[in-house]
Design a protein around this ligand. Structure first.
Ligand code: FE2
Ligand code: FE2
Length: 187
């Protein structure tokens, strides 16, 4: 089966009813796609991988299950092994090597896009004028979006080989055009 974006969206929305979780998929997708474009990689493939990375969280809401129990479902649906392996690698608890650019990019966009989203929710203009400086300030406030693992944010950017400032700017820029879809102002 040749996976398509349409099918990936269909898979995501079949298993995920939560608007927040769908938005998370979209935010990571748009960020990973932008990096694929920058690196001259396969935008469609990278984008679908990102869109599906948490597709099973709603049905498997513990680290005992997610994302490892989602993998057989994706396999059954005919998604390629390369995509499934990249999805599995985003989970810290599985300790899989992030030995491809796609794996590194997915990991680096996962937590950061969620954090940027959280920053946008408390600003009157969403992410429209959000700058790396204020994102970094919020990263230093442990009580703000406390579910986001700061260490993952820092280490994943480093593993991708990008400066944190540049990475924040890049992901914010990528998310801005779909801000309304993400429930944020701007765009
Ligand atoms: Fe996940
Ligand atoms: Fe995620």
């Amino acid at each position: 089966m040749e996976p398509t974006r349409e099918r990936a969206w269909e898979t995501l929305t079949r298993y995920t009813q939560s608007e927040a979780l769908r938005r998370h998929g979209l935010a990571v997708e748009v960020s990973v796609r932008a990096y694929a474009r920058k690196f001259g990689e396969d935008e469609e493939f990278w984008g679908m991988t990102a869109l599906l990375h948490d597709f099973d969280w709603e049905i498997h809401p513990t680290l005992e299950q997610h994302p490892q129990d989602g993998a057989p479902i994706l396999r059954e649906e005919g998604y390629p092994e390369e995509m499934i392996e990249a999805i599995l690698s985003h989970a810290e608890h599985l300790s899989m090597p992030r030995d491809t650019q796609l794996k590194k990019t997915l990991f680096a966009c996962d937590e950061l896009s969620g954090f940027i989203h959280a920053c946008g929710l408390v600003r009157p203009d969403g992410i429209e004028t959000l700058e790396p400086k204020s994102v970094k300030k919020k990263l230093k406030q442990p009580s703000f979006a406390s579910g986001v693992n700061r260490n993952d944010v820092y280490s994943s950017a480093e593993a991708l080989g990008v400066e944190l400032d540049d990475h924040i700017r890049f992901v914010t820029d990528a998310m801005r055009p779909i801000a309304p879809e993400l429930g944020l102002k701007g765009g």
